[in-house]
Design a protein around this ligand. Structure first.
Ligand code: KG4
Ligand code: ZN
Length: 358
């Protein structure tokens, strides 16, 4: 079963082809990605309208590239998958529209996928795939969640951020320091030259007794510190970056370990853009080794948004018999959508392509 997947929820256009034949872990045949970061950098963040327009420009050339690299024709595709949410509505509609139009033209079924399920399952494409059950730490630009995952489709929320996500904390703190968008990777690079103990920053909710996170206070503390430094900020920026990163990473690790203790599980999966953070990986590996916990990450290039994780999630859901793709060619997108809501609900006919309905 060959699955063609599209990701267009934010500022990356991703297309991928996955082979989900049989019951083994689906195999990535090829994927291609175009990041809009350079375009949005001038504005200090993602401009939704520009994002949608650029997805339109990129999606078909990327599709051709993926098919050529995988040495497959469109006619070989059995199922077309796309990110249905959460994300930017206009951006999501591009992927949904293209996927449904292609599937309708090919007479193949189509399937909407939850973006976070894609992130969460992305380590299955690595050389060292996890086994169920596991705890997942999902750390992206919009979400920070701890989940218990017993099998594909079974996602129990253990805790989540009550305000900013970890990625947002990185991005907003970086912006306050005058670093380019997206701040996470820039702040983390700068932090390598800084002293992480230079500034005492809060570790919000560290001792709250539950598995929730809060990062808004940290951002305010960084702002206060930056103001206090005034002209000195330029020379102390690396120290502030290192101190900020240390605070975020410490909270993520302590809460993850609390989730491992609470569930009694010994396997942890880290997914989402912040999962690319080198300090987080280093420290998590150290503490996990000491506690007999196996940690799994997606390959570095599949940490941030990509089409491979969407094709993979579609393939794994179909293999698990959780969902049937459909030939309705009607689609909606869900800009806000929690992962523990039922996934396999019927598609609402809010848009109909070419009058073709299921
Ligand atoms: O998963 P993702 O690509 O997009 C969303 O679904 O949100 O995550 C993007 C987030 C951004 O906040 C970005 O700054 C952060 O991941 N990020 C990092 C690193 N690489 C990406 N944060 C810290 N360190 C990194 N190396
Ligand atoms: Zn994402």
């Amino acid at each position: 079963m060959i699955v063609l997947g599209f990701e267009s929820s934010c500022d990356e256009t991703g297309v991928a082809l996955v082979d989900a034949s049989g019951s083994g872990v689906p195999r990535l045949l090829a994927h291609a990605l175009f990041s809009q970061i350079d375009m949005h950098q001038a504005y200090g963040g993602v401009v939704p309208e520009l994002a949608s327009r650029d997805h339109i420009r990129r999606v078909l050339p990327l599709t051709r590239e993926v098919l050529a690299r995988a040495e497959h024709a469109l006619a070989d595709v059995d199922v077309v998958a796309y990110t249905r949410g959460p994300g930017l509505a206009g951006a999501l509609l591009v992927g949904a529209g293209v996927a449904c139009a292609l599937a309708a033209a090919l007479g193949k079924p189509v399937m909407g996928v939850h973006h976070l399920e894609g992130h969460l399952l992305s380590p299955f494409l690595s050389a060292d795939p996890p086994e169920f059950p596991f705890v997942a730490l999902l750390v992206s630009g919009g979400h920070t969640q701890l989940m218990r995952v017993d099998r594909v489709g079974s996602y129990e929320l253990l805790g989540e951020s009550i305000d900013d996500a970890a990625g947002e904390a990185f991005d907003k703190s970086a912006k306050l320091m005058g670093l380019p968008y997206p701040g996470g990777p820039h702040l983390s690079k700068l932090a390598e030259q800084g002293d992480a103990t230079a500034f005492k920053l809060p570790r919000p909710l560290l001792h709250s007794g539950n598995l929730d996170f809060s990062f808004a206070g940290l951002k305010t503390a960084v702002l206060t510190q930056a103001k206090k430094l005034g002209d000195e900020l330029d020379t102390r920026k690396a120290d502030l970056a290192a101190s900020t990163q240390a605070a975020i990473v410490e909270v993520l690790i302590k809460k993850s370990m609390a989730a491992m203790a609470q569930t009694g599980l010994h396997r942890l999966v880290v997914a989402g853009g912040v999962g690319a953070n080198a300090l987080l990986r280093r420290e998590l590996n150290d503490v996990s080794l000491r506690r007999g916990i196996r940690v799994h990450y997606p390959e570095l290039h599949l940490c941030t948004d990509n089409g491979a994780m969407i094709a993979l999630a579609a393939g794994m859901r179909l293999q698990a018999g959780l969902e049937t793709s459909h030939r309705g060619y009607t689609f909606d997108v869900k800009p806000r959508w929690s992962l523990h809501e039922p996934q396999a609900e019927p598609v609402v006919a809010s848009q109909v392509i070419g009058g073709v309905t299921g």
